[in-house]
Design a protein around this ligand. Structure first.
Ligand code: GLU
Length: 515
């Protein structure tokens, strides 16, 4: 049975790279049918781990609609799924390696190690294969080592990396499902890395390998930046006498400039995309394409489709490029596929925040501008929902939607006279055109469809020998307060004849007054 995991360290907000790793693991488990997807929190770095990031993780995945089969919040046969709650286990396994002679106590103090690092910095370029620990405690006789540890001297436990094999330099080989056979000289591996810190906490390497083994992980799908740790992990599996899982290091995610995707390129945390008004489906759809190709000529996929189509064979070796424009396109496509009701539901909180329905009178000493925003009345809510077709075709992010609809809820100020004047025309013509528009208004408000309204305007334009666009332009300005607005005919029907006539009359009065 396939069993995979997402093993984030809660040391930052969930970001594109992490979500891609989680998603590929999730899709892989689903694609093979009956696979299992586990969430494990790798919080061994006590200083950088933070509860706020754990909350962000749950919140992000709930929003994305991606769930694991086992995890800290769901439980499961391998609980606990939080590494800081599994310390005793790691100690036990470090003890096993000590007993087998595959690990040793290191008594070097932090100060001594720091001094060593400084000396190495000094002699950088002097041919050290891999700068780092000089394996000083590796050769302390067993008995002495045990005695000193027993007497309470502080120690860490280090892995004894085999350096020689049958008289030759030792090598570590493994197969990466995507990258093929990989071979490392052991001398080039982090020299005898710490497995257990002096406070008894494990390092990433020990906890990660022990947990992957105990949790029955069959495939490790993780970011390519971890590949340099893999030889070390393979040695650890060997030291325990365990079978390593299948490794598959996922293609890198780059910015347009070919450098690893980072804040420099723009938003990377999922929170930022949410705030902008990304739809979870769009984000998942786009992220699922970062480094994997599914079917020729198809770009919209549901999670169910992806779960069916995903396979490790479809992963690309080449790095994926994160294209913000492409994500925007996806989001626009998903917005167009969202129903009026849902779109209204999703954007109403922002509409309220943006004061679309005005402010509540909270009383007190607050000046008018400082009153809190008011939620919509039932009537406003219905109008807002009915207005969704006005914006659905044009918005690429949810955030843009409420701002486009202000004129439906508030009378816009009457714009400057020039705003009413079509090209190659003058103030007198504009006034005439607006009067014509006024005459048409009741019929436009009563029209059954845009097509019917357009016929009415066309017929009138023809009869008056004016251009259709010229006839509509002052009307649009009077009703929406701008020369550019969402579709006019539906706006007229939504506003209703009475409100429209009032706005036109106000505009006419203002234009006449300015003549
Ligand atoms: N805790 C590591 C991380 O934060 C996990 C790496 C792995 O998947 O082995 O990404």
């Amino acid at each position: 049975m396939v069993c995979v995991r997402y093993a984030p360290s809660p040391t930052g907000l969930q970001h594109i790279g992490g979500i891609r790793t989680a998603l590929f693991n999730y899709l892989f488990a689903r694609s093979v049918g009956g696979g299992k997807f586990i969430l494990r929190l790798e919080d061994t770095d006590r200083t950088r781990s933070d509860e706020a990031y754990v909350r962000n993780l749950y919140d992000t995945f709930a929003w994305l609609g991606i769930a694991w089969d086992e995890g800290p919040d769901r439980g499961g046969p391998h609980a606990p799924y939080v590494q800081s709650e599994r310390s005793a286990l790691y100690k036990q396994y470090a003890g096993e390696l000590l007993a087998k002679g595959r690990a040793y106590h290191c008594f070097c103090s932090a100060g001594e190690l720091e001094k060593l690092r400084r000396e190495q910095d000094h002699s950088a370029g002097s041919g050290t294969a891999y700068p780092g620990y000089n394996r000083r405690c590796r050769n302390i006789p067993d008995e002495e080592s045990r005695r000193r540890a027993g007497e309470g001297e502080a120690f860490t436990v280090r892995l004894k990396i085999p350096l020689e094999e049958a008289g030759a330099a030792a090598l570590t080989r493994f197969n990466d499902k995507l990258l093929g056979d990989i071979e490392w000289r052991n001398a080039d591996i982090n020299p005898d890395p710490v497995l257990l810190k002096s406070d008894g906490f494990p390092t990433y390497h020990l906890a990660n390998v022990v947990d992957d083994h105990l949790m029955g992980i069959t495939h490790v799908l993780r970011a390519q930046e971890w590949i340099s740790s893999t030889p070390l992990h393979v040695i650890l599996y060997g030291a325990f006498g365990w079978e390593p899982p299948v490794f598959c290091h996922l293609p890198m995610v780059m910015g347009q400039d070919g450098k690893k995707l980072s804040k420099r390129h723009g938003a990377t945390s999922i929170d930022e995309f949410r705030l902008q008004g990304c739809l979870p489906g769009a984000l998942i759809n786009y992220i699922a394409l970062l480094g994997c190709s599914y079917e020729e000529g198809k770009d919209i996929y549901t999670v169910e489709e992806l779960s069916r189509l995903f396979s490790l064979e479809k992963l690309n070796k080449a790095p994926a490029v994160f294209d913000y424009k492409k994500l925007e396109w996806y989001n626009g496509r998903y917005i167009r596929m969202t129903s009026d009701e849902e779109l209204a539901e999703l954007t109403l909180p922002r509409a309220v925040e943006q004061n679309l329905f005005g402010t509540a009178d909270a009383g007190g000493d607050l000046p008018p501008g400082a009153q809190p925003p008011r939620g919509p009345s039932a009537e406003e809510r219905a109008l807002y929902t009915a207005a969704m077709p006005l914006v659905r075709e044009r918005a690429n992010f949810l955030r843009e939607i409420p701002a486009k609809l202000g004129y439906l809820f508030r009378e816009p100020p009457v714009p400057a006279a020039e705003e009413f004047i079509p090209k190659k025309s003058g103030p007198a013509e504009a006034l005439g055109l607006l009067k014509m528009g006024r005459e048409l208004l009741p019929a436009l408000a009563a029209a059954e469809s845009d097509g019917e309204a357009e016929e009415l305007v066309k017929a009138r334009a023809q009869a008056e020998q004016v251009k259709l666009g010229d006839l509509l332009m002052p009307l649009r300005t009077a009703l929406t307060g701008s020369r550019v607005s969402p579709p006019l005919f539906l706006s007229i029907r939504l506003l209703g004849a009475e409100r429209c006539l009032k706005r036109i009359d106000r505009a006419l009065a203002s234009l006449e007054g300015r003549r």
